[in-house]
Design a protein around this ligand. Structure first.
Ligand code: ADP
Length: 173
């Protein structure tokens, strides 16, 4: 049987423990998982795409069948480029559902041969988002339990360079 390849696309600005949980679970479901770090020009990010790739690579180095790349453009185009037949997304509260439902339907129209796979968040990560993490750091709160250690370090380094600005990123992550 051919390898089951999936992509896990997102902004990952920065990667959180919620993302890593989805990666680890996906790595058990698929032969190969390619994380796609979006270079989305319409989203202002705290970390540039190369930094987000480096943070994700370090955080996922325990998963041997996981790779991390950047992508721009459509999720389905990236999936085809890496030979993936599945697109993984994580689902948290109801608010994620509406957005994902719309995007999933759009992806299906564009590439019906690619299947969307939604993994329900682990309850401890239900209210964890990259935006909240950035907010907490900006207000001086510890995020040690919310992000991988290398991400916590990178956030601290940013703080040292004059702090994080809340509202610098406009996203529904
Ligand atoms: P995007 O900008 O594409 O929404 P994100 O980096 O915010 O990218 O999220 C990438 C994927 O990870 C999305 O499917 C999102 O729903 C999921 N995700 C984000 N946070 C969590 C979490 N705490 N638990 C489970 N899934 C999550």
């Amino acid at each position: 049987m051919a390898d089951r390849v999936a992509i896990y696309p997102g902004s990952f600005d920065p990667p959180t423990n919620g993302h890593i949980d989805i990666v680890e679970r996906s790595a058990r479901l698929f032969d190969r998982v390619v994380i796609g770090v979006g270079r989305n020009l319409s989203k202002k990010t705290l970390f540039d795409a190369d930094q987000r790739v480096a943070l994700m690579r370090e955080a996922c180095k325990g998963c041997r069948n996981v790779e991390v790349n950047t992508f721009d453009g459509l999720q389905v185009t990236f999936a085809k480029q890496v030979g993936a037949s599945f697109i993984i997304r994580g689902l948290r509260a109801l608010s994620d559902f509406e957005f994902e439902f719309e995007m999933g339907n759009m992806n299906r129209k564009l590439a019906p041969e690619i299947e969307m796979v939604y993994l329900m968040t682990a309850p401890e990560y239900l209210f964890l988002s990259a935006s909240r993490v950035k907010e907490l750091v900006a207000f001086g709160a510890s995020v040690a339990e919310l992000v991988p250690p290398n991400v916590a370090k990178a956030l601290q380094a940013h703080l040292g360079q004059g702090g994080l600005r809340t509202g610098a990123t406009e996203s529904n992550d």
